[in-house]
Write a protein that binds this ligand. Structure first.
Ligand code: GLN
Length: 473
């Protein structure tokens, strides 16, 4: 795996140029992608141009830390002039004419994009099984799934195709694949990072976040992309993290809620126990807390996410951009054919579910009830944070499933039980590797914090990382 600090050091000591590093990453991507399917596009020309610019910035001196450092961008983040497909047939040939805010910020810092990360179609999924381009595979063992939905980014980072990646997390899509591939992933506070140019899935839950091989790199990328952007009204200036990482966790209260530890396999339970002990050894204190609404959070999430998706995906009608049906009898038939052909099974299932829960007569029974549960989940967090500073949970109850494992939609949705409450409440959370299962697959610990306290969870994650020492590939 590559680290931002490592590459930055190579560049600053002049032992390698950004052009050389980019060329190495592009060659590695071409060699490994046929097996991993982590990238839906390898952006060689863009990388060469960006690396040349980065080398000029580096020679001029005072270049930002990310200058010349290669990275992977999830393919639901808009890149002007470069296809942005959401891993859907609907957008297979869609080329945006504007850049997403995060891509703009990274480009200004001299970042070098190696490729666009494979993902579940429209970010709907937990295994990468819904990608129109076939699933991204796990970098630790390609027989297993990379996870979803930012699985391509996580697998590419774990395989060293870039030093970090940018994903999106609506219900766990940064943290879950990070944990499956043995890398670190941060879901920032709702509003901490501009979503301008992120193709929307469920707008009240969507957030952009970094995936990297270690925790301090997450902080560096977070600092580069956080802040208010007038084009995303939910965004605001937040505290930076990398300047506050060194503070340690002496006296930090780590909450453990039994609800998150029910039905855990022995190996995940013991990896989490090791993480808790590592936190205590670093000076934190363990406190017991309650999270009674955990079980209700999952159905509430799927009602809210599908409702918002049904509305956001209404724009794909074949008239303005995206896939269009070749033949049709009239306008209604054209839109119906376009949408039936362009969306895969899972996107269609969610549009139908979302339309159903919003329809007259069912709105109160489903959608309004989900909003009430949302408030109850937020209250659970409020109570937790009265006695704890950070909540420690598994990132998932399972390690990566096999590619092609026949999971029912409900089984797949259950993978998200530990991650969705975080999005429902809008709080930040990080997944950090904390062990390896018997089959060699990584296990992740999740640390959840108060709104806009990214630095607190990252400090705790550093302590877990220091004790565990990482996954070897
Ligand atoms: N697996 C969850 C879902 O399918 C979360 C996806 C995400 O965070 N984008 O909705």
């Amino acid at each position: 795996m590559k680290t931002i600090a490592g590459i930055s050091e190579l560049l600053r000591s002049r032992r390698a140029s950004a052009a050389e590093i980019a060329a190495d990453c592009i060659a590695a991507a071409k060699a490994k992608n046929p097996e991993l399917n982590a990238l839906v596009a390898i952006t060689g020309d863009e990388a060469a141009r960006a690396a040349e610019k980065a080398d000029r910035m580096l020679s001029a001196g005072d270049a930002p830390e990310l200058c010349g450092v290669p990275f992977i961008l999830k393919d639901n983040i808009s890149t002007a002039g470069i296809a942005t497909t959401c891993a859907s047939k609907m957008l297979e040939n869609y080329v945006p004419f504007y850049d997403a805010a995060v891509w703009e910020s990274l480009k200004a810092r001299g970042a070098v994009m190696i490729g666009k990360g494979n993902m579940d179609e429209f970010a709907m999924g937990s295994t990468n099984g819904t990608s129109y381009f076939g699933p991204a595979r796990n970098a630790v063992n390609p027989a297993y799934a990379a996870g979803g939905s930012s699985g391509g980014v996580a697998s590419a980072v774990a395989a060293g195709l870039g030093a970090y990646g940018i994903g999106s997390d609506t219900g766990g899509s940064v943290r879950l694949p990070a944990s499956f591939n043995g890398v670190a992933g941060l879901k920032p506070t709702y509003g901490a990072v501009s979503r301008y140019g992120l193709i929307a899935y469920a707008s009240s839950l969507d957030q952009i976040g970094p995936i990297a091989s270690n925790v301090s790199d997450l902080a560096v990328v977070f600092d580069a992309i956080t802040g208010r952007d007038a084009r995303d009204m939910t965004s605001r200036d937040a505290e930076t993290a990398s300047d506050k990482l060194a503070g340690g966790i002496r006296g930090m209260r780590i909450g453990i809620a039994d609800e998150f530890f029910e039905n855990l396999s022995g190996e995940i339970a013991s990896a989490l126990e090791d993480a808790a002990r590592a936190l205590e050894a670093a000076g934190a204190v363990r406190v017991s807390v309650k999270f009674p609404r955990l079980r209700d959070a999952l159905p509430a999430y799927y009602v809210i996410a599908c409702a918002e998706a049904s509305s956001n995906l209404g724009r794909y009608d074949g008239l303005r951009y995206g896939h269009r049906a070749a033949e049709s009898a009239d306008l209604e038939d054209f839109v119906a054919r376009t949408r039936s052909e362009g969306f895969g099974d899972e996107a269609r299932r969610r549009i139908m579910l979302g339309t159903y829960v919003l329809s007259a007569g069912y709105y109160d029974a489903f959608y309004n009830k989900a909003l009430l549960i949302r408030r109850a989940v937020r209250n659970d967090f409020r109570r937790v944070f009265e006695t704890a500073d950070v909540l420690l949970t598994p990132t998932a109850h399972v390690t990566a499933p096999l590619v092609g494992a026949e999971l029912s939609p409900t089984e797949t949705y259950l993978t998200d039980i530990c991650t969705v409450p975080v999005n429902i409440a809008g709080v930040p959370a990080v997944s950090v590797p904390c062990g390896t299962g018997k089959n060699g697959l990584p296990i992740g610990a999740q640390l959840i914090g108060r709104h806009f306290r990214e630095y607190e969870i990252l400090r705790a994650a550093l302590a877990v990382e220091a004790a565990y020492g990482g996954t070897a590939i």
